[in-house]
Design a binder for this molecule. Structure first.
Ligand SMILES: Cc1ncc(COP(=O)(O)O)c(C=O)c1O
Length: 361
């Protein structure tokens, strides 16, 4: 099962400080979370799907927010505040100092702005609240009103803008430019890469937890299915798997057929936007890839798979019946596995790993 792979980070990238290079300091992300009172390692379940063992990393309870995104925005905010403090005051902050009144008063001057189809907004809202900062979240009119209320319960200001996710992103970018607020997107584009890299650095914690859990079990997956929106989760996972997992699996990136921006970019050999109808996999319904994520995935030798809305709905129901209540987005990696299960019947030592990326909402 050992494959020869190219490292994700090559010397040319290091020498040119290519902004598209993802080289996370995942150790400091682990250190950060291990100091947080709400942090626990998320469970790794062993489930059976038609007689096939499946490893299921369950992100549905992550840090009380109910999705892996709790590792992204809140971490980037904590890092940003620490970096700004150090630049201004010359003091390096540890986790305990971040909670002190003088640091919170400093953070209270900051407003973090983003667009969200769901979980990233929650991460930014809760991360800002926890550090004493402000958050302003832009939501497209297609997002359920109840979600706006949930964000407001975290103290965020909610602005309804645009008919789809891309339009809400454009509104958030404009707002940050007009007001001087800090844009904290989960996607990256030309000229905007550094804060979203911190978001993805936070997601690396999932892969590090898995590395420990799998080493303990002595059982490494042969195939990892990763659902993608802009590609941040897939990027962080693929990077870490190729970086330090001792047994190399195949990596399959799963997208809605209505939003295949990463696969289209792979085919075109450059970041490519797509058009399509709205998908019921709302969190994955991104028509524009994260450039850094795509650039990284290209180096990690991944393959791609698409899902229809009907498949996604059925897969979410199946996983919910198996015991982890989730959504079409949360189950998409599992659904992609189920769709192709027969294909893997003759693969020796076939052991799939999926991530349930959010709980039922
Ligand atoms: C539950 C869930 N799964 C997967 C994703 C995809 O993550 P990314 O946009 O980083 O690819 C998201 C993004 O919001 C999400 O909320």
């Amino acid at each position: 099962m050992l494959m020869v792979i190219e490292p994700c980070l090559n010397e040319i990238d290091i020498m040119t400080s290519n902004p598209m290079t993802f080289a996370p300091d995942f150790g400091r992300a682990m250190t950060h979370f291990e100091a947080q009172p709400t942090y626990t390692v998320s469970p790794l379940h062993h489930m059976a799907l038609q007689g096939q063992e499946v490893l299921v990393k369950d992100e549905t309870q992550r840090m009380g927010l109910g999705a892996f995104k709790a590792l992204g925005g809140p971490y980037a905010i904590a890092r940003y505040i620490s970096d700004q403090w150090q630049a201004n005051k010359g003091e390096k902050l540890n986790a305990a100092r971040l909670q002190d009144g003088d640091v919170k008063a400093f953070a209270a001057e900051m407003t973090f702005v983003c667009a969200s189809a769901g979980n990233h907004g929650l991460g930014v809202a809760s991360g800002a609240r926890d550090r004493g900062a402000k958050a302003r979240i832009f939501l497209a009119h297609t997002v359920p009103k109840s979600f706006g209320a949930r964000l407001e319960s975290y103290g965020a200001e909610v602005v309804w803008a645009g008919d789809n996710y891309s339009q809400s992103v454009a509104a958030a970018v404009q707002d940050a430019a007009d007001t001087g607020a800090t844009l904290l997107a989960d996607g990256t584009w030309q000229g905007y890469t550094e804060l979203p890299k911190l978001v993805m650095e936070g997601y690396c914690v999932i892969a590090e937890e898995l590395r420990t859990q799998l080493a303990k079990a002595g059982n490494w997956p042969s195939h990892v299915f990763l659902q993608a929106g802009v590609g941040g989760l897939a990027c962080a996972m693929a990077y870490m798997i190729r970086h330090n997992w001792p047994v190399q699996p195949e990596i399959i990136v799963v997208e809605p057929d209505a939003a295949e921006c990463l696969q289209a970019s792979h085919r075109a050999g450059e970041p490519t936007n797509v058009t399509g109808p709205d998908s019921n996999m709302g969190r994955l319904d991104c028509k524009e890839p994260s450039m850094v994520a795509w650039h990284t995935l290209e180096k990690c030798h991944v393959s791609y798979q698409l899902l229809s809305d009907a498949e996604a709905e059925a897969g979410a129901n199946m996983m919910t019946h198996l015991g982890v209540a989730t959504t079409p987005s949360g189950a998409a990696g599992f659904t992609a596995l189920h769709k192709r299960l027969a294909e893997f019947a003759d693969v020796p030592e076939f052991l799939p790993l999926v991530i349930i990326s959010e709980g039922q909402v």
